[in-house]
Design a protein around this ligand. Structure first.
Ligand code: FE
Ligand code: FE
Ligand code: ZN
Length: 280
């Protein structure tokens, strides 16, 4: 089963996102629970959520993916920033309980000179604390490109975060693989996809791969930059992206586009992926 969608504005609420998704032939989507810069979140409207769930059920949606604010940095040097991350994280996970059974993705953060050895236990400390709120939500660490001092650009770092968390967190933790980010981080999913997935399986475990961000990249392989491009217009290229989507080990995992597009562009990319999809 192919679950494909894109990042949508949450300004109009859940029902509006579901309707937009249906309009562009998507059967999943990604969204922010609050302003991506980390401002206050709107109150959840129960009726709006119910309407969303109805549309999702009628249209056989896969899991939807909430994205944490970009400003959330669980491994900042600054205690106040870490405290903010903890509060927003916990609050978001509580909100997610209104739409149980879905996914919440976050960037492990930037250590800004502290080094990974200090950063990872800080990320783990916050995870251990907030995961009690994630009763029916799977929390995903996103694979990062490694720009600046980003943590999580290697499978080893992600595995280390997961390994250090307490049991309560461990069960509900997964990974969201961003195709632009991993390619920029030096994992060649275009020419050596089997090897990369084997590595992922060995180091993290493929069962933890719960979501995919499907993006092309404006920058070359191993550039450690984070510049998304439209599918087929970047360094990954259309052929490799189609091979990726059709890989037997990746079936059933929701794919979300974060390409530089308006809705019409997303609709075109979704149609293109569907046309080239070789399973059922
Ligand atoms: Fe992201
Ligand atoms: Fe992403
Ligand atoms: Zn990115």
């Amino acid at each position: 089963m192919l679950y494909i969608g894109c990042h949508l504005s949450s300004a109009g609420g859940f029902q509006a996102m579901a309707e937009t998704a249906v309009k562009i032939q998507a059967n999943t989507f990604q969204f922010f629970l609050r302003n991506p810069r980390g401002g206050a979140a709107k109150d959840i409207d129960i009726k709006d959520v119910k309407n969303f769930q109805k549309i999702a059920q009628q249209n056989n949606f896969g899991k939807v993916l909430a994205h944490a604010p970009y400003t959330l940095n669980p491994c900042s040097k600054d205690l106040k920033t870490r405290e903010f991350a903890r509060q927003v994280f916990a609050d978001d996970l509580q909100r997610m309980e209104h739409i149980p059974g879905n996914l919440y993705n976050f960037h492990p953060g930037s250590h800004v000179g502290q080094g990974v050895k200090i950063a990872i236990p800080q990320i783990v400390e916050i995870l251990d604390e907030v995961m009690t709120e994630a009763k029916h939500t799977t929390v995903l660490l996103e694979t990062m490109s490694g720009k600046g001092s980003e943590v999580g650009s290697t499978f080893e770092e992600l595995a280390e975060i997961i390994a250090q968390t307490k049991d309560n967190a461990l069960e509900k933790l997964g990974v969201c693989l961003d195709t632009c980010h991993v390619y920029s981080a030096g994992y060649d999913i275009i020419n050596h996809l089997d090897e990369v997935l084997e590595k992922f399986d060995k180091i993290i475990g493929l069962q933890r791969l719960q979501a995919i961000h499907l993006n092309d990249s404006m920058t070359e392989f191993n550039s450690h930059k984070d510049r998304h491009e439209k599918l087929g217009q970047g360094s990954l290229g259309l052929e490799g992206i189609i091979r990726f989507v059709n890989h037997p080990a990746l079936q059933g995992i929701p794919l979300n586009l974060e390409t530089p597009n308006e809705l019409a562009g997303y609709a075109e990319e979704i149609a293109m992926i569907k046309k080239n999809y070789q399973h059922d």
